[in-house]
Design a protein around this ligand. Structure first.
Ligand SMILES: *Cc1c(COP(=O)(O)O)cnc(C)c1O
Length: 329
C-alpha cells in the first residue's frame, strides 16, 4: 500500500487495519521513534504493554520470548518493533525477534518500522516473516518526504478482515481494490512516484548487496573516527550498530546542540540533533541514502573541525583513522 503521507501515516495504517479497540500491543522503548509509535497506539485506544529500555540497545529477542511466553491467553495481538532507531543509531535484529515469536508459539502479528532502514540496511519482509512493514520515502529511499508504505503478509490481510478499529483514509481494502485496476482510491503523489521509480532504479543498478555493504563500511569508518577522537558511540551492542547513522555521546560538560549550531554556521553542515531525552547530550551523523566515501570524509572532517574549534577535548587522530579504514577496501 502506498500512501501520500509521511511515515507517521503508515504507522497509523499498520495499526488501524490489523487491530481492534482495546487490543494489547507489545512495545519496546528503544528510543524516540519507538516512543512516538507507542504513544500513537495509546491514543488510538490500544492497550500498550511497554518494555522499558535505556535507548542504547535494540529489542532484546529474549524479552520478546519471555513476554509472549507469559501471555498464555494470547491477549497480545501485535509486537511493534522499530528496525532502525533513528534517534539512537541502533538496529534491532528482526530475524532473532521473529524466531522469539515463533519459539513462544504465539500468534501475535509482527509489525516493523523500516522508515530509516529500507534501502540502506538489509531487510527482508517475506523471508523474515514480518506481517506489516512500515516505510517512508525520505530516508534510505533518497526522496523528499510525502510517500509512505505498508507491505503486508497474508496473515495481516486476514487480520484486516476482522479488525474493528475505525478506518477510512488508511484502509487497505480500497487501496488494494483500486491497485488491481492500476489506480489509487485518492490522488496519488505522482511526482514522488516518478522519483521512487528512479530511486529504485539507482538501488538496483548498484545492487542491493553492494548498497548495504557501502552503508556498513561507512558506518564502520564513522565509528573508527568517533573512537579515534576518544568519544563514545551511543549504541552499546556490537551486533546492533546502525549502518544508516551513528549517534555520538558528547563529553560531560559540553552541549551537543551548541556544537551542531557551530558546525552549521561555520561549515554549512547540518548534523542530527539528540531527540527526546537525548537532547543536548548526543549528536547524530547520518550515512544513509545517497552517500559515498568523499561525502563521508567531508562529513567527518566537518565534525572534527567543529569539535576542535569548539574546545571539546578530542584526540586528533579520528579523521585519519577513518580515512585509513576507507583505504583498506
Ligand atoms: C523519520 C522516522 C519516523 C517518522 O516519520 P515521519 O515521516 O516524520 O512521519 C518514524 N520512524 C522512524 C524510525 C523514523 O526514522
Amino acid at each position: 500500500m502506498i500512501y501520500p503521507a509521511s511515515g507517521t501515516g503508515a504507522w497509523e495504517a499498520a495499526l488501524v487495519n490489523t487491530l481492534s479497540p482495546g487490543d494489547r500491543v507489545l512495545c519496546f522503548e528503544t528510543g524516540h521513534f519507538a516512543t512516538l509509535w507507542q504513544q500513537l497506539a495509546g491514543r488510538l485506544g490500544l492497550d500498550v504493554e511497554l518494555v522499558p529500555g535505556d535507548w542504547r540497545h535494540g529489542v532484546d529477542p529474549a524479552q520478546v520470548a519471555e513476554r509472549l511466553g507469559d501471555d498464555r491467553e494470547h491477549a497480545i495481538k501485535a509486537v511493534m518493533v522499530v528496525h532502525n532507531e533513528t534517534s539512537t543509531g541502533v538496529t534491532s535484529r528482526i530475524p532473532e525477534i521473529r524466531a522469539a515469536v515463533d519459539e513462544a508459539a504465539h500468534p501475535a502479528l509482527l509489525l516493523v518500522d523500516t522508515i530509516s532502514s529500507l534501502g540502506s540496511v538489509d531487510y527482508r519482509h517475506d523471508e523474515w516473516g514480518v506481517d506489516v512493514t512500515v516505510a517512508g520515502s525520505q530516508k534510505g529511499l533518497m526522496l523528499p518526504p510525502g510517500l509512505s508504505f505498508n507491505a503486508v503478509s497474508d496473515k495481516a490481510l486476514a487480520a484486516a478482515r476482522t479488525a474493528r478499529m475505525p478506518r477510512s483514509y488508511w484502509s487497505w481494502e480500497p487501496v488494494l481494490e483500486a491497485n488491481r485496476a492500476g489506480s489509487f482510491p485518492h490522488t496519488p503523489a505522482t511526482n514522488l512516484l516518478f522519483g521512487l521509480r528512479e530511486s529504485l532504479r539507482m538501488l538496483h543498478e548498484e545492487g542491493l548487496s553492494a548498497v548495504f555493504a557501502r552503508h556498513q563500511r561507512h558506518a564502520e569508518a564513522t565509528r573508527t573516527a568517533v573512537r579515534g577522537w576518544g568519544l563514545e558511540v551511543l549504541c552499546a551492542d556490537e551486533r546492533e550498530h546502525s549502518p544508516a547513522l551513528t549517534a555520538v555521546v558528547m563529553p560531560e560538560g559540553h552541549d551537543a546542540d551548541e556544537l551542531r549550531e557551530r558546525i552549521l554556521q561555520r561549515y554549512d553542515m547540518s548534523l542530527g540533533a539528540g531527540l527526546g531525552k537525548l537532547a543536548g547530550t548526543v549528536f547524530r551523523i547520518g550515512h544513509l541514502g545517497h552517500f559515498n566515501d568523499l561525502t563521508l570524509a567531508g562529513t567527518l572532517a566537518g565534525v572534527q573541525l567543529g569539535l576542535s574549534t569548539s574546545g571539546v577535548p578530542i584526540a586528533p587522530g579520528g579523521l585519519t583513522a577513518a580515512l585509513e579504514r576507507l583505504e583498506a577496501e
